[in-house]
Design a protein around this ligand. Structure first.
Ligand SMILES: *Cc1c(COP(=O)(O)O)cnc(C)c1O
Length: 362
């Protein structure tokens, strides 16, 4: 059986090199006679894996030494609660930029614990763009300012990082972490569920400035305390060991095969430009977002006719091009082209779109 052209938004494809290495090491990791899945998280072998994973991500993202890297579970969705529980402890206040469903979910969770102010929202435009941000709407006494950097469902991304002064910026990076270089020092907290660009599902990475790790709200469950996980170096309880190992392999691939984030960005832009250029020249397909806000990870488009969209998705599947349907809340099509997506597969998709256009334009 041949591998599919899989444009899933998450969990999504992994580099074949990574899968093959995992396969090779499945029964006997590094002469230990065990799979990483079977290994104690307290063993020296696993400690080496988690420590090396941290070293690699620090190197690749150029993470300053006053930041902690935490390997947690619960997905990005748990961070929607963990962030307010731990950070909203000075003025019980936070700012939120509403750019999509995930950003809104984070906001609604924050509202359970304190005063949340919506700085701007593009919900009235069905999140097809990033709203204009007016610094006058910022709360100078907010405990943090929350953004979702790349809006997976709608295919938009923030092009500029808002200047929040001394208010720590918290960013959901689930669908764009490691896709291009970013200046970590501009952020208080970065978090990401791993199943899009980092690893398989089960792991959530949190990169947090040390001074923000303090006593959480007094009713916070132990498992939701950054301090507890930080003090235990992510080994307070059993971490998602296998997902950390896959993350380790992904980071090696990114470092050695791709050559770091500058190269990754160049490759990602080449893939995205190729697909957007075709969409913009097409008479059948239309992009769904404002051009200046387009994501390089999730490309959303439609024929503006649900029957044709459904036909496209069905015929794509017959050609082994799968998971190309848009999010159930939006419809249309979405091609997620994360780090692991080879250019050739995007090329294959465009070829299919060209053929489909010829057959369906009347
Ligand atoms: C996928 C996604 C989430 C949800 O992640 P889970 O790990 O399933 O909780 C949150 N935010 C963004 C931006 C996402 O892409």
């Amino acid at each position: 059986m041949s591998r599919a052209y899989n444009f899933s938004a998450g969990p999504s494809i992994l580099p074949e090199d990574v899968l093959e290495r995992a396969l090779k090491e499945m029964l006997n990791y590094n002469q230990t006679g065990q799979s990483v899945m079977e290994m104690s998280h307290r063993s020296q072998e696993f400690k080496t894996i988690i420590e090396e994973t941290e070293t690699l991500i620090r190197k690749i993202m150029d993470i300053p030494s006053n930041y902690k890297v935490l390997f947690l579970q619960g997905g990005a969705s748990s961070q929607f609660s963990m962030v307010p529980l731990n950070l909203m402890n000075k003025n019980n206040k936070a700012d939120y930029l509403i750019t999509g469903m995930w950003a809104k979910k984070a906001y609604l969770e924050g509202c359970k614990y304190g005063n949340c102010n919506i700085v701007a929202s593009s919900e009235d435009k069905n999140f097809s763009c990033i709203p204009t941000i007016n610094p006058e709407s910022f709360s100078s006494d907010a405990d943090y300012f929350h953004i979702c950097f790349n809006n997976t469902i709608y295919g938009t991304k923030l092009c500029a990082i808002p200047d929040t002064g001394s208010v720590p910026l918290v960013a959901d990076m689930s669908s764009c972490i490691l896709s291009e270089p970013i200046d970590v020092s501009k952020f208080g907290v970065l978090y990401a569920g791993a199943q899009k660009n980092l690893s398989c599902a089960g792991l959530t990475i949190v990169i947090i400035r040390e001074d923000l790790i303090c006593e959480p709200m007094d009713f916070t469950p132990t498992m939701f305390s950054y301090k507890v996980h930080s003090n235990a170096n992510s080994l307070y309880n059993t971490p998602p060991t296998y997902a950390i190992y896959i993350c380790n392999l992904m980071l090696h691939w990114l470092d050695e095969h791709i050559g770091g984030l500058k190269n990754m960005k160049r490759i990602n832009e080449k893939k995205a430009d190729f697909l957007y250029d075709f969409i913009d020249s097409s008479n059948l397909f239309h992009g769904t977002c404002r051009k200046s806000d387009r994501s390089i990870m999730n490309v959303t488009f439609t024929t503006k006719d649900k029957t044709i969209d459904d036909k496209f998705i069905k015929e794509a599947k017959e050609m082994n091009i799968i998971n190309i349907g848009g999010h159930r809340k939006v419809g249309g099509m979405r091609a997620s082209i994360y780090n692991a997506m080879p250019f050739d597969n995007v090329h294959r998709l465009v070829e299919f779109m060209e053929t489909f256009e010829k057959n369906n334009l009347n």
